[in-house]
Design a protein around this ligand. Structure first.
Ligand code: AMP
Length: 312
C-alpha cells in the first residue's frame, strides 16, 4: 500500500479561468488563471501522471491547453462548451497582503457537469481545486477508491453553499483553506481552535494557508509548519495557494507513499511551488522551472528552518 515503487496518478478538478488582476502595477486583463491551471502545472514538475477535468468557453485560447499538454498533463478532460470561460476579477491592496473579488462570471461553469473517464475514476490521488462544492461532490461520487482526496475552497462557497461544502468535507481526507476561510467556516479566531473545528467536520487533515506566513498542517499526528520563502520581489499572489496544492499533491503522487514524513516533505514542496508562482503574473512563475531550480529553492527553505536541538 505504501510502497515507494509505484508513482500514483493525480486527478485535478478545478477552474480554468481568465483573470483580470488589479494591483500595484495596474490592471492586467485576461490572464490565464483558475485553480486547475496552477495545480496541474505545479504538479507536472513531479509527475507526468496528471489529468485535468475542467471546462472552457468558446473564447478560450487553445494555446493555453496545448501548453499544459506540452507539460505532460492529460488535457483530454478539459471540455470546451459554447459560452464564456469562467472569469474572475480580483483587486489587491498596495502591499499585496489582501485581495477582494470584484467580479465572478461563471460562464460555462454555470452548467458544467464534470464527467470522469474510467481511468480518472480510478485515480489514486485527487485534488478538488476551488470550485462550487456541488461540483466537488459530483466528482466524489464518480471516484472508485482513491488513497487521498484533498480539496480547496473559498469564502464565497462558505457563504453561499455551506451545506454542500459541509457534505463535501465529510467525504474527503484533507482540506486546504486560508486562515480567513478557516475562521469564517468555524467562527474561531484562534487558528489551532479553528483547525479543530474544521477537523470536527470530517477531514482527517487540515492545511491552513497563511500567505507569506507559510502554511500549517493539523491532523492526528499534531501540527507541522511549512514556512513561506521570504521573497524580495512579489509580483502577483494569485495562484499561490493552488501552486502550493499542486506541488504538494504532485510530490505525493511522485513519492508513492503517504507517510507522515513524506507529507512533511510535500508541505515544503508545496511552499516552494507557491513561492515561484507569486514571482510573476498568471502561471508565468511556474514556467521554465526544472528539477535543479526546484531543488535549490527546497534546499534554501530547509536551511531557513534548520536548527540544532536544544541541549541545556
Ligand atoms: P488562489 O490565489 O490560489 O486562491 O487562486 C486564484 C485563482 O482562483 C484565480 O486564478 C481564479 O481564477 C480562481 N478563482 C477565483 N474565484 C473562483 C471561484 N469562485 N471558483 C473557482 N475558481 C476561482
Amino acid at each position: 500500500m505504501h510502497a515507494r515503487s509505484a508513482h500514483r496518478s493525480l486527478l485535478v478538478i478545478g477552474s480554468v479561468a481568465l483573470d483580470d488582476i488589479d494591483g500595484p502595477s495596474g490592471m492586467k486583463r485576461d490572464l490565464l488563471g483558475g485553480s486547475a491551471s496552477f495545480i496541474a502545472r505545479a504538479a507536472s514538475y513531479f509527475t507526468k501522471n496528471v489529468s485535468v477535468v475542467a471546462v472552457i468557453g468558446a473564447d478560450f485560447d487553445q494555446k493555453h491547453v496545448d501548453e499544459l499538454a506540452a507539460c505532460g498533463v492529460d488535457v483530454s478532460g478539459i471540455v470546451r462548451e459554447p459560452g464564456e470561460t469562467f472569469h474572475w476579477v480580483g483587486k489587491y491592496s498596495d502591499d499585496l497582503t489582501s485581495r477582494e473579488t470584484l467580479d465572478t462570471r461563471l460562464g460555462v461553469f454555470a452548467t458544467f457537469a464534470p464527467k470522469l473517464s474510467a481511468a480518472q475514476s480510478g485515480a489514486q490521488i485527487v485534488m478538488l481545486g476551488n470550485i462550487d462544492p456541488a461540483l466537488q461532490l459530483d466528482v466524489l461520487r464518480q471516484l472508485e477508491k482513491p488513497a487521498l482526496v484533498a480539496a480547496d475552497t473559498m469564502n464565497l462557497w462558505i457563504n453561499i453553499k455551506r451545506a454542500e461544502l459541509v457534505a463535501m468535507l465529510g467525504k474527503i481526507h484533507t482540506i486546504m483553506i486560508n486562515d480567513e476561510e478557516a475562521r469564517l467556516l468555524t467562527g474561531e479566531h484562534n487558528l489551532a481552535r479553528a483547525a479543530k473545528g474544521v477537523l470536527a467536520l470530517g477531514p482527517s487533515s487540515v492545511i491552513i494557508k497563511r500567505g507569506d506566513a507559510g502554511a500549517l498542517l493539523f491532523n492526528a499526528d499534531g501540527a507541522f509548519a511549512a514556512p513561506a520563502m521570504p521573497l524580495s520581489d512579489v509580483v502577483d499572489p494569485t495562484g499561490a495557494g493552488d501552486s502550493f496544492a499542486g506541488g504538494l499533491m504532485g510530490y505525493l503522487a511522485y513519492a508513492g507513499d503517504l507517510s507522515p514524513k513524506t507529507i512533511r516533505t510535500a508541505m515544503i514542496v508545496g511552499s516552494v511551488m507557491g513561492s515561484f508562482a507569486v514571482e510573476k503574473f498568471s502561471v508565468d512563475g511556474l514556467r521554465d522551472l526544472d528539477g535543479a531550480k526546484v531543488q535549490a529553492r527546497f534546499d534554501a527553505m530547509a536551511e531557513l528552518v534548520r536548527f540544532d536541538k536544544l541541549a541545556l
